[in-house]
Design a protein around this ligand. Sequence first.
Ligand SMILES: N[C@@H](CCC(=O)N[C@@H](CS)C(=O)NCC(=O)O)C(=O)O
Length: 219
Amino acid sequence: MKMYGALLSPFVRKVAVVLAEKGVDYTPARGGPGNTDPEFLAVSPFAKIPAIDDEGFCLADSSAIVHYLEAKYPAPALIPSEPQALGRAVWFDEFGDTIFAASGLKILFNRVVGPRFLGQPGDETIALEGEAELPRIFAYIESVVPDAGWLLGETFTIADITVASMLCTLRYVGHGPNPEAYPRTAAWHARALARPSWAAVEAKEAALMQRILPDLVPV
Ligand SMILES: N[C@@H](CCC(=O)N[C@@H](CS)C(=O)NCC(=O)O)C(=O)O
């Protein structure tokens, strides 16, 4: 399987962790904002990452890909089937990909992706707007994260992966989960990153970041 996109993206990292949890390898491929390679655009019609090419089966959008992977590789299950747990898993995935990402990516795109990769000046007003939105989001996460275990209980699921992945991306723009302000979030995030799956993705991510943005050190 080929996956297009870099691990700096919360959505790409989310799929990479899902693949690692399921023990499925992938070959990284270049793609992302501004990439006009016809091969990439054939796989991702709106030039968004991630997108996959699984032996000719092409799919874009992290959540669509995660559902595909869950059906193809059911073990370990990362999407629960019990109705309330399923509803909450979809909520956290959606919260991470929309509400949280909308604010976080205002910062990332205007301070990193635009100026460093697209040759576009960032708009600092928008970055500051994103920063101003974060405390409400962090307070919400702190209110739902348990002292032990995972967002949905004893099982690690897509809920944890999506929300924790967005937090990982924010570490590159100086907004890690501060343990003094958000102790439960910081402990839960550390538990997620300590999983062998996530540690393997982190190692690949560190090597990539060292290559493409060596001065950007996560907090
Ligand atoms: N809902 C999509 C969002 C994908 C997305 O917006 N990815 C960003 C990178 S972090 C992107 O490709 N942006 C390029 C663009 O919007 O043109 C998903 O979950 O995959």
